[in-house]
Design a protein around this ligand. Structure first.
Ligand code: PMP
Length: 362
């Protein structure tokens, strides 16, 4: 294949073409250093500049000030499932989890190995079709933190607005929708995200953490799992995933050039509407998994009338250069991941293909 495909995979996922081109231009000789970023010492001036710029760009995009730090860690979002309770769930305390899908279940199960947890709400009944309403959320008394998953990659649901629990620290796994829209990041005590969906390649996990959380993080745990150590060392306590951080910084620069989060939000709404409109106007040929008021702009999940048609749909789409549309086994059907880097053209192509497929098979 010589042409680039429209890549609807859930992650690792498509990256902005200008970012890949910039990386290609800088591959052999990064800004006169005579080497690629991959080959560079993480203690070099050049790398330090990349690291600092990535932190500054992330904070700028999120509208965060000096009371926040951005860390570039390893181990994926899955390591954060354990690191959050290890650092913040002390003996005798309880942490509250709101379950909206498999990833929040995993986060809660990991925490339950380390301390007491309370399930403050769950939408498991009906197979995670929706985000709970505020009235459904029953917090325990003075929890150490409340954990949510902002976007449910597998089920295709997304918090449309975030809850506010006052002084109780709000922790969010934003792996699949970080930087997809404007939101008040200052409401969060800690945000984490594996980079491989909306931020860059795999290998780095971005953690946005408020200063008071760093101050109260546990110190009697393994060094590599201590937020305070990573913060104190500027994410350079040990060898960081330097090339991935470099790529994340290119994506952040691209995002700023696109107009930042407000522009992204508008674009993402329009892109998702191209696909949701086909589902809604298909007279039941396509059925969305998520309830309309919980729908994600990042992962669009839908079924066809039967599994044979779903297989044909995926294989015909692939022939037309649209790949990665097979859904997760726990929902079945199709999933189109339409992260920031997915172009409008890609969504338009899928929307047109869906209409044509329904005309032929409906
Ligand atoms: N949380 C969410 C919402 C995810 O979508 C994923 C990955 N699909 C994870 C956590 C796990 O991330 P990682 O593979 O980086 O550990």
């Amino acid at each position: 294949m010589t042409e680039r495909v429209f890549n609807f995979n859930a992650g690792p996922a498509t990256l902005p073409l200008p970012v890949l081109e910039e990386a290609q231009r800088e591959m052999l000789n990064y800004r006169g250093s005579g080497m690629s970023v991959m080959e560079m010492s993480h203690r070099s001036k050049e790398y330090e500049a990349i690291n600092n710029e990535a932190e500054a760009n992330m904070k700028e995009l999120l509208g965060l000030g000096d009371n926040y730090r951005v860390l570039f860690l390893q181990g994926g979002a899955s390591t954060q499932f354990a690191m959050v309770p290890m650092n913040f769930l002390q003996a005798g305390q309880r942490a509250d989890y709101i379950l909206t899908g498999s990833w929040s279940e995993k986060a809660q199960k990991e925490a339950a190995k380390l301390g007491q947890t309370h399930i403050a709400a769950t939408t498991q009944e009906g197979n995670y079709k929706r985000i709970p309403s505020l009235e459904e959320i029953q917090l325990s008394e003075a929890p150490a933190y409340v954990h949510i998953t902002s976007n449910n990659t597998i089920f295709g649901t997304q918090w449309q607005s975030f809850p506010d629990f006052g002084d109780i620290p709000l922790v969010a796994d934003m792996s699949s929708d970080i930087l997809c829209k404007l939101f008040d990041a200052n409401k969060f005590a800690l945000i984490y995200a594996g980079a491989q969906k909306n931020l860059g390649p795999s290998g780095v996990t971005v953690v946005v953490i408020r200063q008071d959380m760093i101050e109260k993080a546990a110190t009697n745990i393994p060094t590599m799992l201590r937020y305070d150590i990573h913060a104190k060392n500027n994410s350079l306590y040990n060898t960081p995933p330097s090339y991935s951080v470099y790529m994340v910084n290119l994506v952040l620069k691209w995002l700023k050039a696109q107009g930042g989060l407000a522009a992204m939000e508008q674009r993402n709404l329009e892109k998702a509407a191209l696909i949701y409109d086909v589902i809604d106007n298909s007279n039941g040929f396509y059925t969305g998994h998520a309830d309309k008021d919980s729908r994600s702009t990042m992962n669009i999940t839908f079924r066809l009338p039967n599994e044979d048609l779903e297989k044909t749909f995926a294989s015909e789409a692939t022939k037309q250069g649209m790949i990665g549309l097979k859904g997760h086994r726990s929902v079945g059907g199709m999933r189109a991941s339409t992260y920031n880097a997915m172009s409008r053209e890609g969504c338009q192509a899928l929307s047109d293909f869906m209409k044509e497929f329904m005309r032929k098979n409906g």
